[in-house]
Design a binder for this molecule. Sequence first.
Ligand SMILES: Cc1ncc(C[n+]2csc(CCOP(=O)(O)OP(=O)(O)O)c2C)c(N)n1
Ligand code: SF4
Length: 325
Amino acid sequence: MPFQPVKYYQTGTFTVGNRLLPRETRSVQANMRRTNSLNSGHRACQGCGEALGARYAIDAAMEATNRQLVAANATGCLEVFSTPYPETSWQIPWIHSLFGNTAAVATGIAAAMKAKGKPETRVIAQGGDGGTTDIGFGCLSGMFERNDDVLYICYDNEAYMNTGVQRSSATPPAARTATTSTGNPFGQGKNVPVIAMAHGIPYVATATIAELHDLEAKVRRAMQFRGARYLHVFVSCPLGWGHASDQSVRIARLAKETGIFPVFEAEHGEVVSVSKIRKQLPVEEYLRPQRRFAHLFSPTRNNESIARIQETADRNIKRYGLLHA
Ligand SMILES: Cc1ncc(C[n+]2csc(CCOP(=O)(O)OP(=O)(O)O)c2C)c(N)n1
Ligand code: SF4
């Protein structure tokens, strides 16, 4: 083998599992004793952002709770690709719930743990955006309003992917889905992180699969609180969005760098920190690589729609103070 000089990798990357960083700032994934909560063998598509986000979030939660964790899972891609009966990729106590009642099931588990005198066992509810922002929304709001001791994680891939890419109330304007063939209308949809903040719950945060350290830190922070907590994770979906499977992380980064998806933390209804953007990129860079937005560029460029999406990104930048001074 020819001589190779020693290579020094950037410590901020995952190239060497962050083993060059001080122990306390390394990713949970750099620890050989990590739980592998969502283990290999599941059937997610190549490049699935939801699988990546769930793996990091739940491993971080397992570490933060000293492995005293139960997860309830709404049906959706995450459940279907991980638990084709009688198999499972989960290596944690994990329970199936219906599409719409994950928050209620998790609340019940938390109440049961309290009644059994095991308050150290913590509870997570998780699901896709359809299960969260649409059908499960009533149960979720109830969980927030009662301040039940549950961390709810929404993996937002902006449509009902498991059943063939139908629109949800988290689908962005202009995006094509199986039920919005000419593009999702402007002026519709829900902003659930903001709605969660309006409930005044202890902790609300957003994250993306482009910044996995940040995602892990937010899970750890969430576990420092008791009561209702909400984490909204932007997870790219190569199949539903129509981008190459090796572009999932890049697309998520572009969502943040354009201002399309603001990354922040809020405590008791007030924003306490935001992830700043060094240089705002035009939304076109985020839209172009995704087939769901291809009609905005071909056969003719839809300047009006692109400008409206840019306005939304600019509004986010202003509202959350996302740009470095
Ligand atoms: C009451 C009910 N209606 C419809 C379904 C069918 N169903 C299962 S998963 C799913 C879509 C899930 O979408 P989402 O929550 O966004 O998760 P994703 O698959 O995108 O991760 C639907 C419609 C169901 N299981 N139960
Ligand atoms: S359809 Fe999307 S969310 Fe579902 S497994 Fe494939 S990439 Fe993941």
